[in-house]
Design a protein around this ligand. Structure first.
Ligand code: GLN
Length: 246
């Protein structure tokens, strides 16, 4: 009897140690992004990656009881990183497209994006119809780059690693315009003198979270978390923190 008590006490002690060790350590949700896409993701003055996507990912991670880690990389590399599981989720203002759906799954959509055209204030480009034969700056690997190559030919489209570089090329007259998503476009125009956004919208699209094809368990969890965060107003709150209604 005495021995049994001793054994039970030992088992209990081991169980408690294991629990304490385990409790402190949360699983990590790794998010891939390209932090040059304000207000969805950018690096703030303290060097942190912030923005709508970063906050939505944090809210999802909280719901799943996980820590969030953000990995910054070229936009072009995100799908591969997701397929190879070097990241669990991609939040990068990423548009749902049939081509991408062949490589990854997408969550329910959480935002709308519009491809717009940035030009210099004195540009002779007034609408989408004037793009024919013009040099168009884009971010490589984006839907904007794909549409422009389809519509205006590969030779007329220059691809840059990110939006800031494309806008710098416009400032230096290396391209005649930049095709990019509307919210980053507004940020770039605000931060750079002498630029404007054309009123005609080029393409309207949906943003969603990319997840590896075989990770359907995470996809379900993310969709559940997203729908709760939409319902309780968290997503709206995050968006309106970064985008002020006109
Ligand atoms: N929405 C565009 C796309 O998915 C651009 C996204 C980005 O540059 N971060 O291709």
């Amino acid at each position: 009897m005495k021995n049994l008590k001793k054994i039970l006490a030992a088992v209990l002690a081991i169980a408690m140690i294991c629990c304490f060790a385990g409790c402190g350590k949360k699983d990590t949700l790794t998010m891939g992004t390209n932090a040059s896409f304000p207000p969805y993701e950018y690096v703030d003055d303290e060097g942190n990656i912030v923005g709508i996507d970063a906050e939505i990912a944090k809210a999802i991670a909280d719901k799943l009881g996980m820590d969030l880690e953000i990995k910054d990389m070229a936009f072009e590399s995100l799908i591969t990183a997701c397929q190879s599981k070097s990241v669990d989720v991609v939040l990068a203002g990423m548009t749902v497209s049939d081509e991408r759906k062949e490589s990854v799954n997408f969550s329910d959509s959480y935002a709308t994006g519009v491809q717009v055209i940035i030009v210099k204030e004195d540009s002779d480009i007034a609408t989408v119809d004037d793009l024919e034969g013009k040099k168009i700056g884009t971010q490589s690997g984006t839907t904007g780059a794909t549409y422009c190559k389809d519509d205006y030919g590969d030779d007329n489209v220059k691809e840059y690693d990110n939006g800031s570089l494309a806008v710098a090329a416009l400032q230096n007259d290396q391209v005649d315009c930049v095709v990019i998503d509307n919210e980053p476009a507004k940020n770039y125009v605000k931060a750079n003198k002498g630029l404007k956004i054309l009123e005609t919208e080029y393409v309207v699209e949906d943003y969603a979270i990319a997840i590896a094809k075989d990770n359907t368990e995470l996809l379900e969890k993310v969709n559940k978390a997203l729908s709760e965060l939409k319902k309780d107003g968290t997503i709206d709150k995050i968006v309106s923190k970064y985008i002020t209604a006109e």
